[in-house]
Design a protein around this ligand. Structure first.
Ligand code: AMP
Length: 302
């Protein structure tokens, strides 16, 4: 069933202890859509790019069934650019450059055909823009999921609170959950956040897996122990794409099915970190996905 993703489509320069990748394709909506494309169709993207963005990257998404006609291309404009450098532990990172470029004037207008998408994944963007997208939907989506970050909590708290009232599933990391709630305990943090609007809360813990809270229940999935992590960039967005891709393809909003969604999200994220940028995500096969899903089952079954 149709999944609409909204977020950045970008150029990234990434430095990790294992190497460097200059000006590779990135952006939250890019990672979300690549991951989701293996699980559900059709998917759509709403974003903004400059005319420096390579057309073959859009064609590669189209070939995977991703409709990119909602990506506005600004003639003479430059695409969003982000550069980051990871610490030796591959968890912490410093942002070296954030050039908003065309994103500075992003005011998305949803194409008519997208206004009835049944599943909506709002990637990390200003909460005003995220809310404006929800408000443009003419048919209430079955699920609205949202990602955000510390930056928006610091500078746009009120708008963020207004926006998450309209959201079914909030997908954030452990530090963001602590900041949003003012509680260190993730259980207390979840109890608090679930009073702010969302029915479910997913807390990502990087290589340590993810937690799902909702309906008075908790589920935990570990991270798959991997031989090598080459580049964690986009893993959180890839997780969200895998999770929402599974929810959209099944249309099943039960807690049991969300648990499977958490595993599919973790599976897709485990591919993402195996190479720089989108490199590994672009070569995944359905067999790869199902055999890694089985590895997860084996890992946690006792
Ligand atoms: P993640 O590693 O999940 O945080 O996602 C990294 C991706 O987010 C990169 O591909 C960046 O292009 C994109 N990104 C970095 N900073 C921002 C920002 N402030 N707003 C939106 N997207 C961003």
């Amino acid at each position: 069933m149709s999944l609409l993703s909204v977020g950045t489509v970008a150029f990234d320069t990434i430095e990790t202890p294992t190497g460097k990748a200059d000006m590779v394709i990135g952006g939250a909506a890019t990672y979300i859509s690549w991951a989701a494309s293996y699980l559900t169709r059709p998917t759509q993207i709403v974003s903004i790019i400059g005319d420096d963005f390579p057309n073959e990257e859009l064609e590669a998404l189209n070939a995977r069934g991703v409709d990119t006609s909602g990506i506005l291309c600004v003639e003479g404009g430059k695409s969003f650019y982000w550069a980051g450098k990871y610490h030796d532990n591959m968890i912490g990172r410093d942002t070296l450059v954030t050039d908003l470029n065309v994103l500075a004037d992003f005011d998305p207008v949803l194409p008519e055909a997208y206004k009835s998408s049944e599943y909506l994944m709002l990637g990390n963007l200003t909460p005003d823009i995220q809310r404006s997208v929800i408000q443009q939907m003419t048919v209430k989506p079955k699920v609205v999921a949202l990602d955000t970050m510390d930056f928006w909590m610091n500078i746009a708290w009120d708008s963020l609170m207004e926006t998450i009232k309209l959201v079914d599933i909030l997908i954030i990391n452990d530090e963001e959950a602590r900041q949003m709630s003012g509680h260190h305990s993730l259980v207390r943090a979840a109890n608090h956040i679930l009073t702010l609007g969302p029915r479910y809360l997913v807390i990502k813990k990087g290589e340590h897996g993810a937690l799902l809270f909702g309906d008075g229940r908790v589920f935990f999935a570990p991270g798959l122990p991997l031989l090598d992590v080459i580049d964690p960039t986009g893993a959180g967005d890839t997780f969200a794409g895998g999770f929402m891709g599974h929810i959209a393809r099944t249309g099943d909003l039960s807690f049991e099915n969300m648990r499977r969604g958490i595993i599919y999200g973790s599976v897709m994220a485990s591919f993402c970190v195996e190479a720089f940028g989108l490199t590994r995500l672009k070569t995944v096969t359905d067999d790869d996905i199902e055999s890694r899903y089985a590895e997860f089952k084996e890992l946690v079954h006792f």
